[in-house]
Design a protein around this ligand. Sequence first.
Ligand SMILES: [Ca+2]
Length: 520
Amino acid sequence: MKRRQFVQTLGLGMASLTIPGCLGRKKLWAKKPNILFIMTDDHASHAMSCYGSRINTTPNIDRIATEGIRFENCFCTNSICAPSRAVILTGKHSHLNGVRDNALRFDGTQQTFPKLLHQAGYQTVMIGKWHLKSDPTGFDYWNVLPGQGHYYNPDLIEMGERKMYPGYVTDIVTDIALDFLENRSDKTKPFMMMLHHKAPHRNWQPAPRHLTIYDDVKFPEPETLFDDYSTRSAAASEQEMTLRDHMWNEYDLKMGPPPARLNEEQKAAWEAAYGPKREAFAREKPEGDELVRWKYQRYMEDYLGCIAAVDENIGRVLDYLDKSGLAENTIVLYTSDQGFYLGDHGWYDKRFMYEESLRMPLVARFPDAIKPGSVNDELVSNLDFAPTFLELAGANIPEDMQGHSLKKHLQGRKVRDWRQSVYYHYYEYPAVHMTKRHYGVRTKRYKLMHFYHDIDAWELYDLEKDPRELNNVYEDLSYKDVVQEMKRELKRLQELYGDSDELAQKLLQEDIERRKKRKR
Ligand SMILES: [Ca+2]
């Protein structure tokens, strides 16, 4: 054999070795995959070990990341429960989808991605926390918690019919999902299932088996637990979400009697767990900073206890997909409706555009299609979820959706001209936790925020130098050019998305009128 021939043969040989794998991968992306979209409520990425948590481990969620992809920079557009869900369903910002705050009702007649997937031949399913006031639309099957739902022995509404399910909510919602997958009526169709957990939403009630798992753990405190909010606007100091002053011992930290919904067995587990903590509290009488420290430890025991059940149940789902043979043609995504403060800045809850609640975890697995252990650091958003699901399903992405498909990111491809900034707008004020209205823009390095209504204050953070956002440099002359550039970018995004100061004022008036009417 001549050398050239040998090289050609070798080349072909190598091609024949690699091309089938490559084709296989392409073929997988070309098929209409099943989509399993798992979401929790208020699960901050800094409470997931695949994001480097210092306080817990989440081995099953980590499995999705290690067998697939982890997004480093996923952000929400409005950090609160119902609004995030409405953004996800519609691919549109809050001022367009109508759900700016938790009090507004979702208009279920509007365009949503489940409706479009249904039209594209998908069996569409919604199980668990819905939280949008109106009944789900666009689903072949739905079984949802009313409102926030209960942790213990919850009621669920199955296609309009309400009944109580004995047990623990995260287990129950998973049981319903697995039962549906096992007994799917039409297995010729691909499915899109939204498996949306209530956990770990306030007031953080773990399953009986997880009530004491963290009793012997002393959690490291966040660096900013005793933040004094200096250099920042009054918005940071005038909120009502501190561990020190706004976390209720009885409700949040279970220093009172067990909730009425518990059965005798659950009550016994509850008493065995919280009785000794109540006694210790009465004995030690922590005050001042010591009380904040005590609350932080108690808060984390319960918050992370709820996440333990989420992680276990995700393990059950992944095992089921493997066992049933569904795994290879099912893309599994895990996210949370927004982030959360885990004592960061002395807070719990979310709402602010600061990092801990702006960030959403996002990991996805699609065996043989997504390269295991991938990491993506582009700026992505919950606005992108609807277009992503549509493109995965081979359906058209409507022009009026404001996000962009993440399919190429999932495939590990570089996307040219991808966005360099994300836009944020929070509206629920005055209301619980008293987080002032604000909007802003975040690039990879900087964040500019404007608080308005009963305040007119700007904040700028250099996230590279100040990742904890403790130093507002808006007035710092050395950042004068950055301020100008960020204001230009903010304006550009407002025009791009159809938002403006005038619209913000109009919506504010609408919200004031709505509150007056409710009071009457
Ligand atoms: Ca939430």
